[in-house]
Design a protein around this ligand. Structure first.
Ligand SMILES: C[S@@+](CC[C@H](N)C(=O)[O-])C[C@H]1O[C@@H](n2cnc3c(N)ncnc32)[C@H](O)[C@@H]1O
Length: 296
């Protein structure tokens, strides 16, 4: 694949989920980037020292977002290697490209595309995704696409959230909001299957087997994450993104009318998580899932 290509072919136009990332989630994620990147980085920091990445490798970072992991991978592979960061959201890629321009890295390309349906084949030694695969509308198809993007014997690592019960930083606020508002209906606009769609080890192992991977391993990572500098910051975050944000957004006018009660209930629940001088910190838990494309 030419390293200068910045857009993958769009097959039949953007999916409804890709449109949702661009139209709805992009601005919200940008607003809370300080919380999101900080929290997600705890999980990749635990994983990076173990990654099977070598100098000179060709790497793809699927759902690369603002590009920080792609740039970190680029340091690991060195100038003889290369990294392609692929994301479907233009707003994130604009930031990634601006920040790349501030570095001395010459081996990173950011590409706009739907990684579920369009990746170059046999092009990479290693595929990485930090919280990017759980949004594939058809996860087996998306994972198969990632397997095909690897050379025979190539490896992949993706990080996904574990069970909501082990992720109160995302689930607790949803429980509070559901005391006041109905769950999202069948027709709700979403970002795809959602953050917990790959939480179940047995199901995801099977998906990866069907997608053609071998040597599939799961390793649990637990980390405290900051959900806000203070209670107000945390409430704004919870009502904008994640499962609580989805319930709130979908409830429309009813949510606006009940905002004062919801914010008061959230303030009470969130205030219990306050840690002196650190802000609001809650537990989170992910899987590092590693696998290999068979050597043929
Ligand atoms: C939770 S964010 C994680 C971003 C980044 N990996 C990080 O850890 O900061 C999920 C990312 O996946 C991207 N994404 C979702 N579905 C995608 C798809 N089908 N193809 C490419 N990117 C996708 C979103 O635009 C978003 O940037």
């Amino acid at each position: 694949m030419a390293q200068t290509q910045t857009e993958l072919p769009r097959i039949g136009g953007d999916s409804e989920f890709v449109q949702f990332w661009n139209e709805v989630l992009g601005p919200k994620f940008n607003r809370f980037r300080h919380i999101l990147v900080g929290g997600l980085t705890h999980h990749s920091e635990a994983v990076f020292p173990k990654l099977p990445v070598h100098e000179g490798d060709r790497v793809v970072d699927v759902g690369c977002g603002w590009g920080d992991t792609a740039m970190k991978l680029a340091r690991l592979v060195g100038p003889k290697g290369s990294v392609v960061g692929i994301d479907c959201c233009d707003m994130f890629l604009d930031i990634a490209r601006d920040e790349l321009a501030e570095t001395d890295l010459e081996n990173v390309t950011f590409v706009r595309g739907d990684a579920e349906v369009a990746l170059p084949e046999d092009a990479f030694d290693f595929a990485f995704a930090r919280f990017g695969t759980m949004f594939f509308a058809n996860p087996v198809a998306g994972l198969r696409n990632m397997r095909r993007a690897l050379r025979p014997g190539g490896r992949m690592v993706h990080i996904v959230w574990r069970d909501p019960n082990d992720n109160p930083w995302l689930s607790m606020a949803k429980d509070v909001v559901l005391r006041f508002l109905p769950p999202p209906g069948e027709g709700a606009r979403t970002c795809g299957p959602g953050p917990f769609s790959m939480a179940d080890e047995v199901t995801v192992r099977k998906m990866m087997e069907i997608a053609g991977f071998e040597q599939i391993r799961f390793e649990r990572i637990d980390a405290p994450v900051l959900i806000g500098r203070n209670v107000q910051d945390a409430i704004a975050f919870q009502l904008a993104v994640g499962p609580a944000g989805e319930v709130f957004r979908e409830a429309g006018e009813e949510a606006d009318a009940k905002r004062p009660q919801i914010e008061a209930a959230l303030a009470e629940a969130i205030d219990r998580q306050r840690r002196e001088s650190e802000g609001i910190v809650m537990d989170s838990s992910s899987w590092m899932i590693s696998a290999r494309r068979p050597a043929d």
